[in-house]
Design a protein around this ligand. Structure first.
Ligand SMILES: [Zn+2]
Length: 205
């Protein structure tokens, strides 16, 4: 059975029944018997897994802004005029939207210069996690984080570096198993020379 985005899914969010039916159909299309012992519960397991790993599809970037908008405002704090917050190597995974294959061994580095408030640092990691729980491309993971962090902190100075391995490149097609893709997105003060923040010598990465 064919389902449509407009009619069946748009208002309902993740529909595990459709996922189960579809995975069962894929198993048949692959030449498998979906009723054999090892596969009998596979469609259900995949539906449960998708519900977890694609949770972020349920939320817009503005929803995520509201979800993690926990800031501390300290007007006199010298940190707010001179400080930079920098978190190295937040471990994440995601799925590429072109093949639905895993983007893994991801390390996300996020820095920002507070304007007049600071966000709880665990919230930064939660924002990265949530935007990764979508069908993504690495470039958009960065722009989603930049948009959300910018709206919460009102900072115009943000640095985001993402390194990751793409299953669609390492385990199929060109099969470059060690290739790591690195993307950098910056705004404000970090735009002048973003690669200077990209080395161990900078003391930041
Ligand atoms: Zn891909």
């Amino acid at each position: 059975m064919l389902y449509s985005y407009e009619k069946d899914v748009k208002e309902m969010g993740i529909n595990k029944k459709i996922i189960q039916e579809s995975v069962s159909n894929i198993l048949v299309a692959l030449g498998e018997n979906p009723l054999r012992e090892g596969l009998i519960d596979t469609p259900k397991r995949v539906a449960n897994m998708y519900e977890e790993v694609f949770l972020g599809i349920q939320y817009t970037n503005d929803d995520i802004v509201s979800m993690f908008n926990k800031c501390f405002e300290e007007e006199q704090d010298i940190f707010l005029t001179n400080g930079i917050v920098w978190i190295n190597d937040i471990e994440c995974f995601s799925f590429c939207e072109h093949h639905m294959s895993l983007i893994y061994d991801m390390h996300i580095t996020i820095g920002y210069k507070p304007l007049h408030k600071v966000i709880g640092i665990s919230k930064i990691a939660r924002i990265a996690d949530m935007v990764c729980k979508r069908l993504q491309i690495q470039e958009r993971i960065a722009s989603d984080i930049l948009e959300i962090l910018g709206k919460i902190t009102e900072s115009n100075d943000i640095f985001i570096k993402i390194e990751g391995k793409h299953g669609c490149m390492t385990s199929r097609g060109i099969q470059k198993t060690h290739a790591t893709t690195c993307t950098i997105l910056t705004s404000g003060i970090f735009q002048h020379n973003p690669l200077s923040f990209n080395t161990k010598e900078s003391g930041l990465v």
